[in-house]
Structure formats: C-alpha cells, structure tokens
Write a new protein. Structure first.
Lengths: 315, 442, 331
C-alpha cells in the first residue's frame, strides 16, 4: 500500500515539475504571431490545394494579413463568399471574382480520333508527351493517361473509359488549376462558370492546318473561321488555325455552335434548343452524335456521377 | 583480362544477326523526304523552294549556328515542296521533299573507289570542310562533328578515341564498314588526328567482333599512331565516358566534357564520312544502316541515301514480318520507336530493328523489391530506384543532388529490373525538369 | 502487319528477370538444407515445414483479399520463402498452433502491415521467429536431436544446441575446454549432426545454396562474406585474447543459425541495403552484433536479433552510403 502511495506521489511530483519547466520554456521561446492569421485561416476552406499560388491555406492567410490590398488575392475554392469574409476580418474591400471551372478542350474520343499506335511506356502524360506525338494522329490533343486526374485533390475528375478522355465533375471542381498545370498539352483551361453554369467553348487545341487536323480527328477545329464571322460580339479569335472564344465577351448566343462544320464548339448546361431544325439541317442532325457531353442530360448525368463517387468514397 | 569500364554494365543477348552480310546499296527512292533537323542543335534553314532543280550533294538547307549542320540533297530532281511532314516521333517538322529524276551528282565529287592517302589540307581547312559537309556523329547522337573538333581555348586534346564498339545488340553497320573500308577509316582517323593535333588514336572494338579486330589491327600497322584496343563485350561500352574509362583509364568528371581529360571521341562511321568529305569532296548524304530482327527474312546492311522512306529498306530486306510489334530506329537499348514506316531515314539512322511482341512489350509494373540490381548495373554509379521515385514525386532538388544529370540514359536499369519498373522513363523525365531548372538558374 | 505498332521509350528489350524468378531461385537454393532437415529430423520437420508454408500462404491471401482488399500477390513466391525460412528457424517438435501463430505474425505484422513485399522494414520470417522465441521460449528452445529418419514428432528426444551447452556451462563456471569436449566435431557440425532448428544444422547444404545463388546472380557476395568474415575476425580476436573464456571462429560459424542468417536471412532483398558499400557495412554490423550477443548477452544465440537490429539501420544506410559515382568530383 505504501509503495502505491509513494509511486503516485512521485509521479505527480515529476508531472508538476515538468509542467513548470514547460511553462517557462514556452514563455521563453514564444514567437509573436498576428492573431488575425489564425482567424483568417479559420475562414479559409482548409483545402490546402495551392490554387491561390501559396503553400497551403496557412501560407495564404499569412500573405493576406501581410498585404495592404487584397483585391488581387483569390481563393478559388471558397470563392467570393470566403473572400468577403476574409475582407471583413482584415477590414479590406473585396471585389467579387467570377467563379471559374476547369474545362477539357479536347473531344478526341476513340471514335472521333482513331488510334494510330499503342503507347507502351510508363503511365504518365508528361513522359508520353516528351517521347512523341501521342497514340493518335493528333499531336496536340489529350494523351489519355490521366495525369490531370492524379493531380486533382478534390476527386473532381475521372477518366471516362469509353472515350479515353478526362471528365470534370463540375460540382466538385474548385478551380484550383492543379490539372491545368499537370497537362503537358495544355488542354485544360479555367473558364468562367457562367450563369447557370452555361458555357460555350472550342473543344479542341489542334493548331494544324484544316486538312491535317480533320484527318486526325473528326471533331477537330479546322480553323475555317465561320464562327469568327458569325459571332456578333467579336468574342472569337482565330490564331494558328485554331478558334478561341473569349469568355468575357461571349454572350452565350450559341450561334457559333450551329455554324461549326466539325462540331468543335461545345455548349454546356443549356436547355434543349427550341428553334426549328429546318434552318440548319446539317448541323442539327450531326450534333447529337458528336456531342455526348453537352446535351441537357449533362446536368443530371453529372449529379448521378457525383452521387456514385460520393458513395464509393464512403465505402 | 580485357579492358572495360570501371563500374556497372550489363550483357544483353548480342543477336548480331547481320554480321556476315556485306553492305549492299539501297535503290534510290522515287521521292526523298529530307528533314532540316537531322542533328542535335539548331535546325538548318531551307534554301531551296518548290520547283528548284537540285543535284546530288548540293546544299539544300544551311547550318543556322555553330551547333548546327548543313543538309545536302541525297538525290537529283526537283523540289516538290517544303512542308511539315511527320517525323519518326509523330510530330510534324519541316522537311524538303524532292521528286527524284535520274542520279546526277555535283561534278566536284570524286566517285571513284581509289584510296587517297595524302592529306593536303591544313587543320583549319579540315574543320571547315567537315562542317560544310554536314557531318554529324554517326553513332546515333548526331552531334555536329566540327564542334567536337574545335577544341576550346585553354584545353588540349591528347588522344583521339574512335568508337567502334557497337555495343548495342543487333546492330552491325560499323562492324561491316570496318571490314570493308578499313583503309578509308584509317585515313579518316589521320585527318581527324591532324585536325585535333594529336599524335595518338585508339580504336575501341568490342571483343564480339574478332574478325574486325584482326583486320583493323593488321591495317593499322600501316599508319603511325593508330592502335586497336579490344574491349570486353559489355553494355554500354560505347558510351563516351565509358569508352574513355575503358581505353585510357581516365574518368571524365561529372558534368564535364571528354576534353577535360584530353580525349575526343568520334564514331568509326564518322571517320569514314570525314575521309569521304576531305579526300573525295563528298558531303554526308548517305550512310550505312543495319536492318534486322529475329523474324526478318534477310537481316542485312545497306548503304542508303538520306530521305529514303523506312518502308523501302524494309522491303529490301524481305518485307515487314507478320509478328512485328515495334519498329525501332537504332538499337534496342537506346533507339527510338517509330510511329510508322512512312518516315524517312536520316543521318542518325544507324539501324532499324523489328521486334516481335514477346520480345519488346512491357510487362506490368510491380512494386520495387529493393533488390539493388539497378544500382549495381548503373555504369554511372547512380541509384535508379531512388531517382525514379524522386522524379515521380517531383523532388527536383534532391534529384539534382543525387546526380540525375549524370545519367547517360543507357537503359541498363530498366533492362535489369526484376519488377519491370519503367525506371529510365521517369529518370529521363526528372532529368528534363532538372535541366530546365538548372538552365533557368544561369 | 495489321495491328498498330507499339511505341515506348527505350530500352526496348528486357533481361527477362522477374520477381518470381528470383524468389523461386532462392527457394531452389534452400532445397538442399530442407532435404537434409527432413533426413535429420524426419516426420516432425516435414510437418513443421508444411504447416509454416501453408499458413503463410493462407494468411497472405486472406489479409490481402479481405482486410486490405487488394489483388493477392501470393504468386510471387515471397510467402513461400517466408514460410520455409520460418520453418528453418523452428525446432522440429514445435506444436502446430505455435507455428500458425508464428506465420500470422510473420506475414501479418512483419510484412503486410508495412504495405507488403518491398515495403517491409524487417525480415518477416525473423519477426515471426523472434516473436515466438520471446512468447514461447520453452517450446522454441527444446530441440530434438538430429538422429536421422525419425518418425516421432511432439515426443522426440530433445537435447541442447552446442551454443546453449557452452553458454550454460560457462555460466556454471565450467572450463571451456571441458565443454568443447562434449560437443560434436567440427565436421559433424558442418554436416548438421547436432541439435538445432530445422535449417540451421546443415552448414554444408546452406553453403551449397549460397553457391547456387551466387552463380545465378540472385544475390551478390557482399552480405554473406562480410558477415562471416566479421565473425571470424571478431571471435578470433576474442579467442586469442582469452582462449579459456571464448570459443574460436570455427565454433561460432558452424553452430547456431549463423550460416542460415548470413546466407538466407540477411540477404533478403527488401530488408538489406541497395549499394555494395552499404551491404558491407550492414554485414559487418550483423557480424559484430551476433558475436556480442552470443558471448556477452543473455541468449545463447544472437543472429536473429543482430539481423533485425541491422534491418532497422538499412534506411539510414541507404541514405548516407551512396555507391561510388562515375567521375564524381572529389572534394
């Protein structure tokens, strides 16, 4: 009995002594930190994705506190809501940045863009891209090895086994830009999310001449310039045989989508077209075949995939 | 004990199927596609346009810098177009396409077979002529030859090492050239020695070519200062640094060029091309290549004109075998896989290898079992297993500290790995990234 | 040719070496020792070996399939090696349930906890063995005598190992010369005519296996030679300093699991260093620790502990001991 009491007392004494030492050491080596850093970090989404350009949320919080003007800073994950909250903590005005989302600018599915050889090297887009032009006739398009999917920290992408192309789950995409950096062929772009997530973009990055591009891929942009002429808002430019739609100028009128002879221009999340198909019979009849992603079911499709992913995560 | 390099090395199956097949001449193609970038360095600039008449040996694209090389027409006829054409890696690059009409050579080219031994030109003239003739290293790296001959100020060359190792399995073109053109090679070596002002040349030949060693040793007695050095059959004996280590017992320091230890290395084929350029006025527009493969009907060696389609040489050797799964330009260890047979042969084409699926298809990558075999075979004393992981994890600083830039990309690690891991794929990736970072730092 | 061509970075050929080839090569090298153990210990050794191998396979499959939910890798042969090595480290009269516990610890804790083949820090068979040695010291140290063609299993006639005889004798204060006289001759020990675990008695068969692995280039000479060399030198020095207190090199090498450890346990790919220089350091460490534990420690045998301790140093050795680089700038 005596032994037990002594043991307990000895342990308590050691504990108290250690606590006192620790207290003084902590006082001695205390580093002053702006308490607002913790507060700001609390407000940030803690995704640590690096999309803001800083090493994690803590680094971003430090930079925010240090900065005099935070209007150029943006947290792509939290968006305007988080930034205005942060602005409130720090007493700065914040202008709301438009939310963006990643889009895949390649529609070279196995049907549209037949394979010309079989890649047998390491499963890495960067390695394949530094070796050769890729396993299809198109030297600009998606290599299909999924480096962007590996780079995504938010499970917002997956490789579609049927098409061999990556797919972005819009609801999960926080627009951090990791996939954009990962893609050696610069296929992925961060574009304005648009009202009701409606977007129009050229789903091709092929800079070859029309004939060469068309031979490699049936839905390539051939640089014909029809969309440039059609666009009432001067939103489309043509450079190196490739059309590009400026999302700040685009008013989502969808005229370019109809005139594109190869269906390289995609519309996302629009309601089905009402106008009579008689005016543009060719384009209208071809379209459904060539655009599996764009159609209205996209909205529900995305959600169901979302759900699938969610459940598999929980397993 | 035969001489060999100091660390690592492997011994793949040699498969020198075409060693006994004498060099034959490949028919001139109907259309020649001549890329303007056939060497390391700046691409040449095309100086002909659609409709121009060209003769054999005429300059059609001019060197565009010090590390660059002239391109000569290998055929006579009319320029059909100058356009982007798919090269061996599938990318479209500028090429000059010539419709062949007859075979008319420039008059000053000496087409006789007579041996000219007397060297009349000075050192400067030789270097200039080698540059003008568009000669590049014919071992496969295609580094412009005149650059290596121009010894940088403050350095002196002591020994010229001739690379006649041909350590790549399957390839036999250098072997055949040595057996058939030994005298010309010796004169070419003398010219190179004069250009470099060295008194000694060592020809390194792997021991699996005893006939070439005997023949070259015998011919070399007629020329002073040239000595043949038989080497152990071990890959990568033909790596520049390994060859210097084997023949001269000197180690080129990490990050330095061979001239640092007083050595200049040239390929044996390059020596022959130099002979032709200096003594015969003939620029580099044809060379010898091996076409080989286990299922090929007739593995053989051919002298071809630059710009001949790959399909022609395959036809000449008996057609593409049914089981071909991969077409490799060069040897199996360091060659590049071609995306199609509709690409032209170039100055760097030392061989064409047709591999069947069971020989070349990669097996599934398994987890590293840390056996250390990659470490023990690496001829540069690196740790491939570690470099691969670091490259995959994008740890570029550690990659640099672990000397990733020393890697000569010989492929011994990937060849050996029991877990069939793509070691070299990732190391090459890391090397590229670290190289970019180092250049940006400068 | 109708199919599309393959495109891949160089090299385009492979040596044909594979994990399986190496693993089954090791198994083949272990066969002489295995067969000799069947001869010396009879039925018991067969039961022990079969139980150990079967339960290693069983646990590897079970844990990978149902616990980790990954594709089982039982085909690569590493479970077979672990099983045989585990059996090699057990006396031939060990009850089956203890063997099964040993296999579970070896595969489950020694290997799969770390992420499977390639990631384990410690040699799985040794983890299993040491666990059993500590948990069931009586069963693990009652060795049957090597009599040849025995049919008894659990009730076999037992005897102490040479190492135990010396250790206990010295502790009692007997003189070394008297104790040595009780031991079998060196030749008998080399051929395996002594008490001990299944795999450790037959030195000759183990050396035969080593030669096979060296010829087949499955392992390099560095680890076995450095371990044995260090033991010879270290025990030689001790013996010369005081022949009455310490036994000589021949005794240390031929008794206990030293040859087994040096040839089959320490050379395990996963848990040994990558570079030749590192392997030498690792081998020397094992050699010194083995002798230290045997001579000065509480246990008569120390090879297992020595290897496990050096296993822990392997990551450190890999970081600090680099192979000699070609053309390295000398400072």
């Amino acid at each position: 009995m005596n032994i037990i009491v002594i043991t307990i007392l000895a342990l308590c004494a050691i504990g108290v002594a250690a606590a006192i030492i620790l207290y003084f050491v902590a006082q001695k080596f205390k580093v002053y930190e702006d308490p607002r850093i913790d507060e700001v970090e609390e407000a940030l989404p803690a995704a640590n994705c690096g999309g803001c350009g800083y090493p994690g949320c803590r680094g971003f919080a430090e930079a925010l506190v240090k900065a005099d003007d935070i209007s150029n800073f943006n947290c792509p994950v939290g968006g305007a809501a988080v930034m205005s909250h942060v602005g409130g903590i720090l007493g700065h005005d914040v202008k709301a940045a438009d939310p963006t989302v990643a889009v895949i600018r390649c529609n070279g599915t196995c049907d549209n863009r037949p394979k010309t050889n079989i890649y047998d090297g390491a499963t890495s887009c960067t390695i394949a891209a530094s070796l050769y032009s890729g396993d299809t006739g198109c030297q600009h398009g998606c290599l299909g090895l999924g480096e962007c999917v590996d780079a995504c920290n938010f499970d917002a992408m997956y490789m579609d086994k049927e098409t061999g192309l990556p797919v972005i789950i819009e609801d999960k995409c926080v627009s951090c830009g990791a996939c954009v950096k990962a893609c050696p062929n610069s296929i992925i772009e961060l574009r304005k999310k648009g009202p009701k997530s409606r977007r129009i973009f050229v789903s091709c990055v092929n800079k070859d001449k029309g004939g060469v591009a068309k031979k490699a891929c049936s839905v390539a942009c051939i640089g014909c310039g029809k969309c440039v002429k059609e666009c009432p808002f001067d939103a489309i430019t043509l450079e190196n045989n490739l059309a590009y739609i400026d999302y700040n100028k685009c008013k989502l009128c969808r005229k370019c989508v109809i005139v594109c002879p190869t269906n390289a221009i995609h519309e996302l999340n629009f309601p089905p077209r009402k106008e009579k198909p008689a005016t543009k019979p060719t384009a209208a009849t071809v379209k459904p075949v060539a655009k599996p992603v764009a159609k209205p079911e996209a909205d529900t499709a995305v959600k169901s995939e979302d759900k699938e992913n969610g459940t598999s995560d929980n397993k | 004990m035969l001489k060999t390099f100091s660390i690592g090395g492997i011994h793949p199956e040699e498969n020198k199927l075409s060693a006994q097949s004498a060099i034959q001449e490949l028919p001139i193609p109907k259309i020649a596609t001549i890329p303007i970038a056939q060497h390391i360095g700046a691409p040449a600039k095309a100086i002909v346009k659609k409709g121009d008449e060209v003769k054999v040996g005429q300059v059609i694209a001019q060197s565009s810098g010090f590390v660059s090389a002239n391109i000569h027409s290998s055929v006579s006829g009319t320029v059909f177009k100058v356009d982007d054409v798919m090269d061996a890696t599938g990318f479209r690059r500028t090429s000059i396409i010539i419709k062949v009409d007859g075979d008319e050579w420039l008059e000053h080219i000496d087409r006789s077979e007579d041996l000219v031994t007397e060297i009349t030109q000075t050192k400067e003239e030789i270097i200039k002529r080698v540059g003008d003739a568009g000669i590049v290293g014919l071992g496969g790296a295609t580094f412009p030859a005149h650059v290596k001959l121009s010894v940088p100020p403050g350095k002196t060359a002591e020994v010229l090492v001739i690379n006649a190792v041909e350590c790549e399995p399957y390839l036999t073109s250098d072997h055949r050239v040595m057996l058939e053109k030994a005298d010309e090679i010796m004169v070419g070596i003398e010219i190179l020695m004069k250009a470099l002002e060295v008194k000694k040349a060592i020809i390194g030949i792997e021991n699996n070519k005893p006939d070439a060693i005997a023949h070259m040793t015998q011919v070399a007695t007629k020329y002073s200062g040239i000595e043949v050095c038989p080497l152990k059959t071990q890959y990568p004996q033909g790596g520049e640094k390994q060859l210097i280590s084997a023949t001269m017992k000197r180690e080129v320091p990490s990050g330095a060029l061979p001239i640092e230890v007083g050595a200049v290395v040239q390929n044996v084929g390059t020596a022959f091309a130099v002979y032709e350029a200096i003594q015969k006025n003939k620029p580099l527009f044809e060379r010898v290549a091996t076409i080989t493969g286990k299922s090929l009907k007739n593995p053989s060696n051919w002298k071809f004109r630059v710009g001949t389609p790959v399909s022609d040489i395959i036809e000449a050797a008996g057609g593409l075998p049914e089981d071909t799964a991969k077409i490799v330009g060069g040897g199996p260890m360091m060659g590049k896989a071609l995306v199609s047979v509709d690409v032209p042969l170039t100055k760097g084409s030392s061989g064409l290898l047709l591999l069947a699926e069971e020989e070349t298809a990669r097996k599934a990558t398994k987890a590293c079992i840390r056996c250390g075999k990659c470490v023990s075979v690496c001829p540069m004393g690196l740790e491939p297993y570690l470099l691969m992981v670091l490259a995959d994890k994008k740890e570029y600083e550690r990659l640099e500290n672990d000397a990733v830039m020393d890697c000569i990309e010989c492929g011994s690690c990937s060849f050996t790995c029991p877990a069939t891991r793509p070691l070299l794929d990732y190391i090459r990736l890391g090397k590229g990234k670290v190289g970019q970072i180092m250049r940006a730092r400068k | 040719m109708n199919t599309k061509v393959l495109v891949a970075p160089s090299p385009h050929i492979h040596s044909g070496d594979s994990i399986q080839k190496n693993m089954y090569g090791v198994v083949f090298a272990m066969l002489p020792a295995l067969l000799l153990s069947f001869y010396y210990f009879g039925l018991g050794s067969i039961i022990v070996t079969l139980t150990a191998v079967a339960s290693c396979y069983f646990f590897e499959f079970l844990i990978q399939k149902y616990l980790l939910k990954v594709e089982p890798t039982i085909k690569d042969g590493s479970a077979l090696i672990t099983g045989i090595l585990l059996a090699f480290n057990m006396p031939a009269n060990l009850p089956i349930w203890i063997i099964i516990i040993g296999a579970l610890v070896a595969i489950g804790i020694g290997k799969l906890t770390f992420g499977g083949l390639g990631n384990n820090v410690f040699n799985p068979a040794l983890v299993g063995r040491v666990f059993l040695l500590i948990s069931f010291p009586v069963q693990m140290t009652s060795w049957p005598k090597a009599l040849g063609f025995q049919t008894s299993y659990l009730d076999a006639e037992t005897g102490a190992t040479p190492l135990a005889i010396i250790k206990e004798g010295l502790n009692k204060g007997d003189s070394l010369t008297d104790l040595m006289a009780q031991l079998p001759s060196n030749m008998d020990m080399f051929l395996g005519n002594m008490g001990g675990s299944l795999g450790e008695v037959a030195g000759a068969a183990l050396v035969l296996g080593l030669l096979y692995m060296l010829v087949k280039k499955i392992i390099t000479w560095h680890i076995p030679v450095s371990i044995i060399g260090t033991v010879v030198v270290f025990s030689g020095i001790l013996n010369m300093a005081s022949p009455e207190a310490y036994a000589g090199p021949a005794f240390h090498i031929l008794t206990g699991g030293l040859l087994l450890g040096a040839i089959f346990m320490a050379t395990d790919y996963v848990t040994s260093p990558m570079s030749n220089k590192g392997m030498l350091i690792y081998g020397i460490g094992i050699g010194i620790l083995s002798v230290v534990i045997r001579v000065f420690g509480a246990y008569p045998e120390g090879v297992s502990f020595a290897i496990l301790i050096m296993n822990a140093f392997v990551p450190l050795i890999n970081v600090y001991v680099k192979p000699k680089r070609f053309g390295e700038k000398r400072k």
